[in-house]
Every structure is written in C-alpha cells, then in structure tokens.
Design a protein around this ligand. Sequence first.
Ligand SMILES: *[C@@H]1O[C@H](CO)[C@@H](O)[C@H](O)[C@H]1NC(C)=O
Length: 377
Amino acid sequence: MKSVLILQLLVALAWGYPSLKNTGICEPTKCKIEEDCRCSSTNNPINNRDDPAPQFVALTVSESLVKTLHYHYLAPLFFNRKNPDGSPVGASFYVNHEYTDYELVQDLYLRGFEIGVHSITKNSSQEYWRHATYKDLVEEFAGQRQIISRFANIPVEEIVGVRTPQLQFEGDLSIDAYVESGLTYDNSWPTRSTQPLLPYTLDYVSNQECTVSITCPKRPHEHFWVAPITNIKGKDNVECNSLATCLIEGTPQEIASWLIGQVDHVRNRNRAPLVLRLDSYWFEFTHNSFEGFTLFLDEMANRDDVFFVSVRDVLDWIKHPVSAKNYKTPIRDRYAECLPINCALKFLDGSIRYMQSCIKCPEQYPWKGNPMGEITK
Ligand SMILES: *[C@@H]1O[C@H](CO)[C@@H](O)[C@H](O)[C@H]1NC(C)=O
C-alpha cells in the first residue's frame, strides 16, 4: 500500500500532476482513439520526419457577429482563401447573443465555417463566470445553442463546440453544463507554449497545467474533448493566445513575421494544432494589424503543410490522423434557408433591441432564461 502511494507520488512529481487525488493515470493502451478516448499528451499521432503531420492553425473568434466584423474583416481575409489541397480555409466562431446578426451566422455556416457557443450574456464580470451556478451555465450555453439554431436556422447538432467568456471555465461544473447543453468539446483552456498538448478527452484526469485563474476538472467526463489553446509568445516573450493581448506592434511585415515565427515554432517541433484567438478590436486598435495578418495568411499559402481549419476539423483529424500529404480539408454538405427579417424587440429593461433573424421574430428579445423570446407572465 505504502509503495503504491510512493509510486504515485513519484509519478505525480515527474508528470507535474496537479493533485494526488487524481490517481487514474491515462494509459494509451486503455484509452484508445477508436473508442473516442485520448490521453492528454504532446505526442502527435503522425510522427514521421519524411511524411509529417499537417500543421493546423485554427483561427477562432469569440464575439458578437456583426456587419463590420463580417464585411470589413472576415470577407477579405477568409472568403476566397484556399488551403494547400485547394479547398476553402476554415475557422471557428463561438458566438454570443447580444448584437449578433443571425443572418450572418447562417452565411458563415453555409460557407463551411464552424459555429459554436460563447454564451448568451458574455457577462464582462470575471466573478460572474467564476461563481456561476450549474443552472446559470446551462442557461448560458444550452440557451445560446438553441438561439443560434433557431434564429440562424441551422441544425442544432452542428453546434458542438464552446468557449467560456474570458476563458473562465469552472472545471467539472462547466463540463457538466456543456454536456447537458449537448456540446462535445471545449476550447477555453490555455496551455503553455512549453507544453503544446494535442486535443484529448477527459476520460482520465488531464495533465494540462492548471493556472491560478481557472478551476480544472477533477472528475472524468467520458468522451468529452478538450482542444487546448496553445500559447504563443508576444511582446517581451510574454505568453499570450489572443493576438490582441500579445501586444506586438510594427510594420505589416513585422507583424506577419512574428506570426510566421509562432507557427514555425510548433511546426518545427511536435506540430500541435495552433489555436489562435482573433478579435475585431485587434484590427481596430492595432496599427497595421489587418495588413500584417493578411500578409501572414498570404505567406502561409506558400507552405504545402499548413492548413487553416476549424477546431472541429482538428478534432476530426485526430480521430483519423493522416499526414499533411494525405490531408483533405473537410467539405461538409450544408443547407439552410433564410428569410431575413430585422426584429425590433423589447428587452428586459424596456428598451428596444434589434436582431437580424432568419425566421419570424420572437415576441421579445431572447435572453438568459428565455432563449426563445417567448411572452413571459
Ligand atoms: C453580470 O453579472 C453580474 C453579477 O456578477 C450581474 O449583476 C449583472 O447583471 C450581469 N450582467 C449581465 C449583462 O448579465
């Protein structure tokens, strides 16, 4: 008994386990990808120098989808861009409710982009997310999943991913709420650039580092996936994962070179997928960011092993891993109808909110606790 404990302690020290309570160590022989299980690890399933894994870059946006974002940034950056296999590039949009234009959400969906959940309120208070109850979280995530599906008129099963606002996820409580909401993966948990983890499931407790600002899951959650957000290095080599908070400034070429360097850093190592957070305020407030980012995308198009895909595509790849040479960007058959209508709706405080919808207007502005916007007594 004693020796088992000592062994566990040694393993815990060697692997940097967050707590001795988590003794169910993941073993690849027991946790197999064919059974929808993968241990948290920096091992790439494709590890062949001559025929390497694709280097994925998953660009992610978690904010309201509005016309300026769509027409000023997304359209010129992504809509006519191709991956090395000739298919259109992908990206993931974790959408929150307020101000979102659901006609644009459907447009992105039909163009092949991934639509995921951010929350209904995107409450700016960190405390709110840290102390949210299970009920709050289910209302935020399941509610937003329903809102997107209904008002953008897209199938609810197509919405599987989630990012918690400000990356404040609450460990087991959040994951239970995600599962209850019909979501199958999380994209809220950053990992250090020195620990470039590939996506994994929570069948066993993960060895991803728990920073002070988040609560980490301590219980197993079968077949629930985590797509870690790998940090990159920004100004003064500080770790960051949102391009805006990396604080790099300079000419367009300098900004592009910085981004290319970050991709090459992982590309020359284990080729863990790089998840980058893109914000419209980076384009608005950082001089040359749009030009620099465009240059970066243009330069990347010259590499035949770098693919811009959605987080969901990354998860599909890890379930069926192939080398860069054999990789085909998934093209999903998508169909949806939209009869665009601009709804003027009453909000809780009596003010009027406008919401662009693909179906007839609800009675009032959809919100937490009333995602369908029905008349309440
Ligand atoms: C955000 O959370 C705080 C409590 O932390 C609450 O008072 C406030 O009403 C919330 N705001 C929104 C927009 O939901």
